[in-house]
Write a protein that binds this ligand. Structure first.
Ligand SMILES: Cc1cc2nc3c(=O)[nH]c(=O)nc-3n(C[C@H](O)[C@H](O)[C@H](O)COP(=O)(O)OP(=O)(O)OC[C@H]3O[C@@H](n4cnc5c(N)ncnc54)[C@H](O)[C@@H]3O)c2cc1C
Length: 402
């Protein structure tokens, strides 16, 4: 059995960040990372389309926590100690500059996730952190104030242990057997499948919209993208993250109400349509798009309201005006199933947050056992927030572990 002072299981974002910070805090500690795969940091490599969306330019803890459907209450304290500004500074001090995109997402200026991986590798080499791949954690237990660890090929012991194994159900099962509670995992970031004549010819159209899922009492707003299979875009991903559990219970069959003209409602828009009828009485309704809507979308909504292509504004009766008002501000689409968002599998679920001390990210059940990253029941909407959770947890756990 080989001894290390600190062992981190999981060579992902949270595992590396923890190991490096431990070794920097206390150079005399022998630190080991154990990774089951052939290579480490695989998710970092593919993250953000190969660019790694490291964090998000949100600098107020109270605002940042609002991006976490699970974990918002618990992360408030930790974010007061380590959040976006600290993340930017941490990488800057180690030679990695980040830049901010228009929507707030932050990436390395190189636009390459390899820059982050290279930074971690360099720090590990400098700090003599050992990284062993092809080692799958099979069993762990505490004996005489030490953690004993059995992997697929070896046995280790250590004083303090971190599990940063992401969403691995086998580790959750081991933890459940050791007395921890696990919240069942369900997908969190996904897009909506909807086969509907109104959108079948509109893939690629993107616009701001207000959305509502009445069955789950959820609403959101922001950019909406029409795809070949239904709906995507930030407004949908927000609904999928906040509604992860409720939509799972509905077996991903529900209706989504779309208001294509944010800030307006059915009554106000009908009044505007009546004005248009007066002003443009001789014009064809179909021909000229109103409310800055993309032309193809306007065409589709006009036809869906029972208005023919050659109808003039003057021809519209009360019922047609009201139908068009409905299509513009409260168009209901049936969703039947979901699709993965750009291969970005993020799950809701994991170790019950009641069992974690959020000052140190230590287990309240087993002393000297720590967790960070996706293994916890914490997840965020898309935009760099999932990594920020890994950095914050890793940093605070490292302080306690060193
Ligand atoms: C395609 C994709 C793109 C993404 N893009 C972004 C983005 O741009 N920005 C963002 O904020 N978030 C992004 N995410 C989410 C983000 O990658 C995760 O939230 C983050 O990687 C979680 O880090 P982690 O260290 O907790 O887990 P992981 O990165 O999953 O690392 C866990 C590690 O533990 C290892 N492991 C598991 N079980 C064992 C075991 N039994 N023994 C030993 N090792 C084990 C795994 O092999 C893995 O290497 C993306 C996710 C995906 C899938």
């Amino acid at each position: 059995m080989e001894y290390f002072d600190r062992i981190i299981v999981g060579g992902g974002a949270a595992g590396f960040f923890t190991a490096i910070n431990i070794a920097e805090n206390n150079r005399s500690l022998k630190v080991l990372i154990l990774e089951r795969g052939k290579d480490v940091l695989n998710k970092v490599r593919i993250s953000g389309g190969g660019r790694c969306n490291v964090t998000h330019a949100e600098f107020t803890p109270a605002e940042l926590v609002r991006k976490y459907p699970r974990g918002s209450k618990e992360l408030r304290g930790p974010f007061h100690k380590f959040m976006t500004g600290e993340t930017i500074g941490w990488f800057e001090q180690r030679g990695v500059s980040l830049k901010t995109e228009e929507d707030g997402r932050m990436f390395p200026v190189t636009d390459s996730s390899e820059t982050i991986i290279e930074c971690f590798r360099k720090q590990c080499a400098k700090l003599n952190i050992e990284v062993r791949t092809g080692e799958t954690l099979k069993r762990f237990y505490s004996e005489e104030n030490q953690w004993k660890i059995e992997t697929s090929g070896a046995a280790y012991n250590c004083e303090k242990l971190m599990l940063a194994t992401g969403s691995n159900s086998k580790i959750w099962n081991l933890l459940e057997n050791s007395g921890h509670s696990i919240v069942d995992a369900v997908p969190s970031l996904f897009t909506f499948n909807s086969k509907d004549d109104r959108i079948k010819d509109l893939p690629g159209i993107a616009l701001d919209a207000e959305l509502e899922i009445p069955e789950a009492r959820l609403s959101s707003d922001g950019p909406l993208l029409i795809t070949h299979w239904g709906f995507s875009g930030p407004a949908i991903l927000k609904l999928s993250a906040w509604g992860a559990r409720a939509l799972h219970e509905l077996q991903y069959k529900f209706s989504v109400k779309v208001n294509w003209i944010p800030g307006e409602n059915e009554l106000s828009i009908i009044e505007t349509l009546k004005d248009l009828k007066q002003e443009h009485s001789r014009q064809q309704v179909y021909k000229r798009s109103q409310f800055d809507l993309p032309k193809r979308l306007w065409h589709s909504l006009v036809l869906a309201s029972g208005i023919s292509q050659d109808s003039k504004w003057a021809d519209l009766n009360k019922q047609q005006l009201s139908k068009l008002g409905g299509q513009l501000t409260a168009a209901v689409f049936q969703v039947n199933g979901k699709s993965t968002f750009k291969e970005e599998f993020v799950t809701a679920g994991g170790i019950d947050l009641k069992e974690i001390d959020f000052k140190t990210f230590e287990s309240k059940i087993h002393p000297n056992l720590y967790f960070a990253g996706e293994i916890l029941n914490i997840d965020a909407i898309t935009g760099g927030f999932n990594f920020q959770n890994a950095w914050t947890g890793g940093f605070l756990a490292a302080q306690a572990m060193s």
